[in-house]
Design a binder for this molecule. Structure first.
Ligand SMILES: [Mg+2]
Length: 398
């Protein structure tokens, strides 16, 4: 019999109240905030003039535009949709405004990405003389009023549960709470793949052991979980049970590498080079967007193709100089792809990674003043560069 003793001393039983604030269709929402005429219309943000779809309004989703669809295809199939080239400086500035709203509610804020942040609300009930649901309703309303960006908020006792709650909030009107008494029933309805932080390989290991649901996962002993998934697996279990293992941490640490990977389609396999290229373009855009968000540059890029039989093909290329420019990354990837792609082989997933990162000059700061904003003298926005290249008929993409 396994003894259910704690492996990590940091695992604390103290109950915390954590919210995950996640902006809805963030890039499109920024464009709609900027130009209200776009509200309630089918609108997509695209990665570049000849790029792919990276964000869709609710109406665009309803028309059938798919994420990652190349521009030429989307325009032909859905000519009535508005297509706007991504403007990451705009999104960065909206992101700061949204995050700034949060600091009025708690000093403990952890920004996870351009459109997502955890906020530790423990104890704020007394301060605001409201219950936690009313506080998050307030946060949502304040963000909408001050920035015009709609957000969904998940509320629970750990980061993992807050994340799960925010996914559910997207489908249930913007706010979802997983209280102590709801945990069991939520875990019974949650497949292990839905848990952020499980990862594809771990999900497979668990499934091979007959564990399909989060409720089955949390019943496993710590020692078994540690042997299968390492200490992270144990922490994940305790987080799912409502213990705050991973605290909301406001200290900023730049990433060591940036990756964007996903299975092809909805887990279907493909040997179609056009589909694979479309997937890769989507990853290049999202990885570069994250790199620029951190004000970083990469000196090496990599491409990963995973075959249906789980054989992973991977190749890297060192760049001449550090870059955050999508076209440069795309060119490097264009050189790598023919080296590892094999015809008539089915692939299950693709991925792009950026490494050897440097963060010269300005670091991402959590809250900047109006003054900082003025002082910032960025090099040209990517869409300007792309417009210029567009005029000169240089094509992005493959
Ligand atoms: Mg979001």
């Amino acid at each position: 019999m396994e003894t259910p003793k704690k492996i990590d001393d940091n695992i604390s039983m103290k109950t915390r109240i954590i919210a995950l604030v996640d902006c809805d269709s963030f890039f499109v929402s920024c464009e709609q905030a900027d130009n209200p005429k776009l509200k309630n219309t089918p609108t997509c943000v695209i990665s570049g003039v000849n790029g792919c779809v990276v964000s869709r309004s609710k109406e665009a989703k309803q028309t059938g535009v798919r994420m990652g669809m190349p521009m030429f295809m989307a325009r032909k199939e859905f000519p009535d949709v508005n297509y706007i080239v991504a403007d990451h400086d705009k999104y960065h500035s909206y992101s700061k405004k949204v995050m700034n709203c949060l600091k009025d509610y708690s000093p403990d804020i952890e920004i996870v990405s351009v459109d997502e942040a955890y906020i530790d609300l423990t104890g704020t009930q007394k301060l605001f003389k409201k219950n936690y649901i009313e506080i998050v309703k307030d946060i949502r309303q304040t963000i909408l009023e001050k920035t015009d960006i709609p957000v969904s908020i998940g509320l629970s006792h750990s980061k993992i549960l807050a994340k799960l709650a925010s996914d559910k909030a997207k489908k249930t009107g913007g706010i979802f709470k997983i209280g102590k008494n709801d945990i069991e029933s939520v875990l019974e309805k949650t497949e292990i793949e839905e848990i952020c932080g499980i990862g594809r390989a771990n999900a497979l290991t668990l499934k091979r052991n007959g564990i399909m649901l989060a409720s089955e996962f949390v019943k496993k002993g710590d020692i078994w979980l540690k042997s299968q998934l390492g200490v992270n697996g144990v922490e994940l279990k305790h987080e799912l049970l409502g213990e705050c293992v991973s605290k909301v941490d406001g200290r900023y640490e730049p990433p060591k590498s940036i990756q964007s990977t996903s299975v092809i389609g909805e887990g279907t396999f493909s040997d179609n080079i056009d589909i694979i290229k479309m997937e890769i373009s989507k990853h290049i855009h999202s990885a570069c967007a994250r790199l620029r968000y951190h004000r970083g540059k990469c000196k090496s890029v990599g491409l990963l193709l995973r075959r249906k039989d789980f054989v992973t093909l991977c190749e890297k290329k060192i760049l001449l100089k550090p870059t955050d420019f999508e076209l440069t990354v795309q060119r490097a990837i264009n050189e790598i792809l023919p080296k590892i792609y094999q015809e008539k082989v089915l692939y299950r997933s693709t991925g792009v990674f950026l490494e050897n990162l440097s963060f010269e000059g300005e670091q991402l700061s959590l809250f900047t003043t109006e003054e900082d904003e003025k002082e910032r003298n960025l090099s040209k926005c990517i869409e300007n560069i792309e417009k210029r290249f567009g005029k000169n008929s240089i094509r992005t993409g493959f």
